[in-house]
Design a protein around this ligand. Structure first.
Ligand code: FES
Length: 334
């Protein structure tokens, strides 16, 4: 069964299936609604239901309280339509946000390799190309369970059929220990859907960029680096990658070779719990030491929430404009 959804942006209504979230139906129709996690945890997708009724789905009270629901708010990534709807997003769309339709895809596992402590690279060749923006993510479907897990593409958009993901193992995790670190083999068929997310390289106004990633938060940043350099979108990029020890770093040779080949790019691996001949300490403290001022630069941050919060604070201390800071908080998919 389908319903019609009208968004307060004045565009034509779109059709939304009763068994899909409002967000998923919108993205499949190439209609943009603000969102980030698509799992009901961040609150970015809050909408006000101006007319009609929704099934709220699974909602965590900490993200959308009962009082908010009673006042007509819903999470677009969880709520499905019970009737025709008119809705208004609470948050503004990302500045020059990505606009690619959400699609189901199938592909074949090309590569599965251990690249760092509890971290695997998964490379999938899609049967059909997927359009996406550097920084976005896809949902991999765990076979036989219907469960979906989100992983950012680490490849640039011009590699639209060969997707690279960096996966961190979670002990006992259905998708990680049970599948990607367990039964999955090269040659296996895989289902996924994408792209999703509004963390993406905003068309810069000639600003140099600072990229800060923790753990597998490096994945979308690698996509942004390769895309930005190949399209000559930024005059300079400083990439910081934080880990506890050398065992947590990966793609070091790749980034060092890129740094040697391209004077616009600088690579800064940082270790928080191990002495070595490189930078040590908290990655955000190293950024503070390296830049007397971040005014006139933009930043892209992806990692654990504590790292992202510390990075935002550090960059503001160095006078970076808040509107130039783009962040993706890392959710560990088990
Ligand atoms: Fe819906 Fe995060 S809560 S996108």
């Amino acid at each position: 069964m389908e319903h019609s959804v009208t968004v307060s942006d004045g565009e034509q209504p779109f059709r939304a299936a009763a068994n899909r979230s409002v967000l998923e139906s919108a993205l499949r129709e190439n209609r943009w609604l603000p969102h980030a996690c698509s799992q009901g945890t961040c609150g970015t997708c809050k909408i006000r239901v101006l007319c009609g009724e929704v099934d709220h789905g699974r909602v965590d009270d900490a993200v959308l309280s009962e009082a908010e629901r009673a006042s007509g708010l819903a999470l677009a990534c969880q709520a499905s339509p019970r009737t025709d709807l008119t809705v208004a997003p609470l948050n503004e769309a990302a500045p020059a946000g990505p606009r690619h339709p959400l699609r189901d895809h199938t592909g074949t596992v090309l590569e599965l390799a251990d690249i760092a402590r509890c971290t695997r690279r998964l490379v999938v060749e899609l049967d059909e190309p997927m359009e996406f923006s550097a920084g976005q993510y896809a949902e991999l479907i765990v076979p036989g369970s219907g469960v979906a897990r989100q992983y950012s593409m680490a490849n640039p958009p011009f590699e639209s059929r060969r997707l690279e993901f960096h996966v961190r193992k979670v002990d006992g995790g259905l998708a990680t220990e049970g599948w990607i670190f367990g039964s999955l083999r090269p040659g296996d068929r895989i289902e996924l859907r994408g792209p999703l997310g509004q963390f993406a390289l905003v068309r810069p106004q000639g600003e140099p960029a600072i990229l800060i990633g923790g753990g597998t938060g490096l994945a979308p940043l690698k996509s942004i680096v390769r895309h930005a350099l190949s399209e000559d979108l930024v005059p300079g990029i400083d990439l910081y990658h934080g880990g506890r020890g050398q065992a947590d770093l990966y793609d070091v040779d790749f980034f060092r070779a890129l740094e040697a080949a391209d004077s616009r790019f600088r690579y800064h691996p940082v270790l928080s719990e191990e002495q070595w001949d490189g930078a040590t300490g908290m990655v955000t403290d190293v950024v503070l030491d390296d830049f007397a001022s971040c005014r006139g630069r933009s930043a892209y941050l992806c990692g654990p929430p504590a790292m992202v919060t510390a990075a935002v604070k550090a960059l503001k201390r160095r006078r970076m404009a808040p509107r130039s800071i783009f962040k993706e908080e890392f959710t560990v998919g088990a």
